[in-house]
Design a protein around this ligand. Structure first.
Ligand code: BGC
Length: 770
């Protein structure tokens, strides 16, 4: 645990508080701590205990209460008069945290009340959804995950923390570490995709990026692993829907990224809206107390999701608000986000004996512990420096980092006829698609602090290259009107009046760049879809333009895998460009012109048809995995579609090519408990390039069946043409084992296969036996 000396500023603060209430002995205790700081270092635990001993029950409950800023965001708006009540509660010390208060001025205004007007002056922790950047946006998390570049992902989180902290924020509700296999679910954009191993590595990188080495410095912020748990398994991909999964999936698929976040030191968790096996996660003692707090020994705190305590009534789990507060507190939800139930009900529940005072004490202790770690008691105004805010917000360094991350996130799905990279001179290029000129959509849906129209559009990005002639036609709108964060997006399903102009410019072009896909507000919270094709009239537009000119580069913008069979069959070059944030257009232009060689790999399988969903590479084999004879129907398949996805997990091309050879296994498991796999990777093409070398294993038979493949290692390698490198992967118990149905992590002796290559279809393989 970090030790924090109490500096001058807090002494000053203590003096102020002491003047306000001379009988208040907490101030004296703290003053004593501070005056003896040189000779006796007081631990955070001692400080928390000292503070708790001075707090009334209501003040402790106050720490468990989180209010939204004074406007509506992802849930029901505060009722009339609530703002006044919130101010009153701030003054009484009945608020531990606020969310969606941002900017130094605003944060100061609430922090000042908490610190200078409440009896004990306990600072607020200020939360915000810093999901992929604060104001300067990096790619949506799913896109960043496509980089498989852990160092870059960590830097991206560091940059987000830097900019957010300069605006007064000290806690982000990120990373979302929910594994999902269902592209219908709009929130796949916010996670790391379908794979537990990759998701765990990315969870670790993001937590370390946000929190840094030292939470008490003013450029790091507290991270929050969410949503605990199984939110990504919402039935039928419909957001907030029920999750019903077995113990094996919970332990082997859902929980490991949360555990990785915990091991990386994450200080908060958020529970989830869904029920899991009949119990809303917010009221689930097994998840929150038994697993997280006891088994994993997590000593930070858990915040509810927005209004999720109240929602236990609608779930049919709690009788009323009072009962919901009782269930949530007893289950281990430490802080109430916007249900107003802890602040209104908990004191009564304690008096009635339904919630033990020890539960309150424990929750308040956890929250105060994190506040001490942040250094908020040393200086509650440490994040509140207008000059720093001005200097950092939107700075060049942040934009450079966002551009770097954006380039690394792009995945080249297909490149025939060597259409890419584009020639830099003498070409007539037609750019088509409403998204090509859109400066808002690339920001995605989690972009509350970014301004509309602040992203670099594809057209703007391309305009930096002067050697070609560019013409533009939008062809068709994707959405009708200006979409926003809270309301349903309206798709253009009828208006094709501008198709003609697009076809005309295509006819006269050497190459056509079509920017199609989803608007940024089509994915994210509450944005599930039942079909995954190009929305609205865009498929028709693509086919109309194709009739005029087949030299099309399709640039996709989307927050989830799409079904693009027709494009895959007909369009020579396809670039997956997601929603890439502020620097989107620059990144896309540099990829298209070959100034950056694409190296991204898909973190989610792209289905051929929505009927295949949930679809994922690490499925189970079943007892009938293949055709038993000509035309026999009795095997696990579809009558009307292949089983395989269109683009597999891990797929991604480069302008160069790579060859894998010389796979070797050194099995030292009986001695050092390690199996080492080595392979030679060679750049066989003409460009310098990066490749994500991927290792998969298959445990051939086990007491609980294992998937046909599981990613267990990867390395990002950069090579010059003709250059080779020997890559080594080490498999330990951690990679070779799994959880059985008794919750035990075991490694079973038996036969394994190992595969190495550039995607989840990797076919260089060897066997080994444990
Ligand atoms: C989301 C959370 C988010 C919270 C606060 C909820 O609706 O599910 O992920 O952190 O709102 O904005």
């Amino acid at each position: 645990m970090k030790k924090v000396a109490i500096p001058l500023l807090v002494c000053l603060l203590i003096v102020i508080i002491s003047c306000k209430n001379e009988n208040n002995s907490i101030d004296k205790d703290l003053a004593i701590n501070s005056s003896t700081a040189n000779t006796k270092v007081t631990s955070i635990e001692d400080k928390v205990s000292a503070l708790l001993s001075k707090m009334t029950l209501e003040e402790k409950i106050g720490q468990m209460n989180q209010y939204n800023g004074f406007w509506d965001l992802t849930g029901p708006a505060p009722k009339e008069g609530d703002a006044a009540k919130k101010y009153e509660h701030l003054r009484k010390g009945y608020v531990g945290s606020m969310l969606n208060v941002r900017g130094v001025k605003e944060v100061r205004s609430v922090q000042k009340i908490a610190v200078e007007e409440s009896r004990l002056g306990i600072p607020l922790i200020i939360g915000f959804d810093v999901i992929h950047g604060y104001k300067t946006l990096t790619p949506i998390p799913l896109a960043e995950s496509a980089s498989w570049d852990l160092a870059a992902i960590k830097t991206s989180a560091e940059m987000a923390a830097l900019e957010a902290s300069a605006s007064g924020i000290n806690w982000t509700f990120a990373p979302m570490v929910d594994i999902s296999r269902d592209a219908r679910w709009g929130r796949v954009m916010e996670g790391a995709g379908e794979d537990t191993y990759l998701g765990s590595k990315i969870a670790e990188a993001r937590v370390k990026g946000f929190q840094g080495e030292d939470l008490s410095t003013s450029n790091t912020i507290v991270a929050c692993a969410k949503h605990f748990a199984a939110y990504g398994f919402a039935e039928a991909g419909r957001d907030y829907n029920t999750a019903d999964i077995g113990i094996s999936t919970l332990n082997n698929v859902v929980l490991p990224p949360f555990k990785a976040a915990k091991d990386a030191g994450v200080r908060t968790f958020m529970n989830s809206f869904n029920e899991l096996n009949g119990i809303p996660a917010t009221g689930d003692k097994y998840l929150q107390r038994d697993i997280l707090k006891e088994k994993w020994n997590f000593d930070g705190f858990i915040v509810s999701d927005w209004g999720s305590i109240t929602e236990m009534i609608a779930h049919g789990h709690a009788k009323d608000g009072n009962h919901a507060a009782e269930l949530a507190a007893n289950a281990g939800s430490d802080m109430d986000m916007e249900s107003y139930l802890y602040v209104n009900e908990l004191a009564k529940l304690v008096k009635e004996g339904k919630v033990k005072e020890a539960v309150i004490e424990d929750a308040a202790r956890r929250i105060l512990r994190v506040k001490f770690e942040l250094g908020l008691f040393d200086d509650p105004y440490k994040y509140l420096d207008e000059a720093r805010e001005k200097e950092i917000t939107g700075s060049k360094a942040l934009n450079d980092a966002a551009l770097d991350m954006a380039k690394k996130s792009i995945v080249l799905l297909k490149n025939e006829k060597q259409l890419l990279p584009l020639k830099k001179e003498g070409q007539k290029i037609a750019v088509i698609g409403a998204l090509a000129s859109d400066k808002t959509s690339p920001l995605g849906s989690w972009r509350i602090a970014a301004e509309d129209n602040s992203a670099v559009s594809v057209l703007e990005g391309l305009s930096a290259y002067k050697g070609n002639t560019i013409t533009y036609a939008k062809g068709a709108d994707v959405v009708i009107g200006e979409p926003n964060f809270t309301t349903e997006v309206k798709i253009n399903t009828t208006n094709k009046t501008e198709f003609g102009k697009a076809v005309t410019i295509a006819k006269n072009a050497d190459v056509v760049i079509m920017v199609l896909g989803e608007h940024g507000f089509q994915s994210g919270e509450g944005r599930s879809r039942t079909e995954l094709g190009l929305p609205g009239v865009q498929q028709e537009l693509l086919e109309a333009v194709y009739k005029a000119n087949k030299n099309i580069v399709l640039v996709l913008n989307n927050g989830r895998p799409l079904t693009i069979n027709w494009a895959d069959q007909n369009i020579p070059a396809i670039v997956e460009a997601w929603q890439l944030g502020t620097q989107s257009g620059n990144a896309i232009a540099q990829i298209l012109y070959g100034d950056y060689n694409p190296s991204g790999k898909l973190p989610m399988s792209f289905p051929r048809d929505v009927g295949q969903v949930p679809i994922y590479y690490n499925y189970k084999n079943t007892g009938r995995p293949s055709l038993p004879g000509p035309d026999v129907v009795f095997w696990s398949h579809y009558q009307d579609e292949k089983n395989e996805p269109l683009y597999v997990f891990g797929h991604g091309l480069s302008y160069t090519t790579f060859k894998y050879s010389n796979i070797k296994v050194k099995n030292s498991y009986k001695g050092s408990k390690e199996v080492t796999v080595s392979v030679t990777l060679t750049n066989t093409g003409n460009y310098r390039g990066k490749e994500v070398a991927q290792l998969y294993i298959r445990d051939m038979y086990a007491s609980v069946t294992r998937p046909v493949r599981e990613l267990k290692g990867f390395e990002l390698v950069e090579l010059n043409p003709s250059e080779s490198k020997n890559i080594e992967f080490v498999l330990t118990e951690k990679e070779l084992g799994f959880f059985n149905n008794q919750n035990e992590f075991i490694v079973e002796p038996g036969d394994f296969k190992v595969f190495v290559g550039g995607d989840s279809k990797a076919n260089l393989e060897l066997k080994f036996t444990l």
